[in-house]
Design a protein around this ligand. Sequence first.
Ligand code: ADP
Ligand code: TYD
Length: 208
Amino acid sequence: MAERGRFVTFEGIDGSGKSTQARRLADTLRAAGGEVVLTREPGGSPGAEEIRRLLVEGPPERWSAETEILLFTAARRDHLEKTVLPALARGATVISDRFADSTRVYQGAARGELRGLVDALHAQVIGHEPDLTFILDMDPDASLARGLARQSGEDRFEEFGAGFQARLRDGFRALASEFPGRCRLIDAARPEAEIAAEIAKLCGAEAP
Ligand code: ADP
Ligand code: TYD
């Protein structure tokens, strides 16, 4: 299946504004015409949404980092097969709130030295990278306050605490240096509209 659409992902620590900015970019690109599929991980297909509930609910010690890698990768494979690749094949722009970089950072770096396992599984069963990745970067104390304020019942990862979030931030910044071709580091501690305008410009679109 030849890919034709553009695959854009948003990454960063919890509460950094990924969902907000993904939605704004989708609105901007839709207003300019063309099909946009806005999706998220873990989730984005019926099967992957079922796996999501296993991952985001319950106490932090529910899964080991190794088990998490397998569950996130299983969810990603289903999301790719059912949602991402068919949309790219028909020429749509796919915007995903998180993708494989989250596994590289959350399971591969911040929760143990498991990057080798993450990379091996990715190569075997995922094998796709985004065309463009926005890494929303900000102070973890401020983003944690935003995230917990939501009280969504999906706070398993937020509950690992501020030290964990600080390691994640370092991990995402390192990833931006590792993949400079597709990653753009965005200062996320600014007003929503200002961030949205920068992101739209980097996508070659005008924010409304
Ligand atoms: P994420 O998807 O990264 O967890 P969200 O987009 O859900 O983050 O945003 C987390 C919370 O912060 C939400 O309540 C949202 O309205 C708020 N928020 C998002 N962007 C900003 C911003 N630039 N400034 C202040 N608050 C924001
Ligand atoms: P998400 O719903 O994006 O959380 P938030 O909106 O708070 O940023 O993702 C749920 C949690 O799953 C989040 O804390 C990050 C974590 N996660 C991983 O640990 N590894 C992964 O591969 C993915 C996609 C998410």
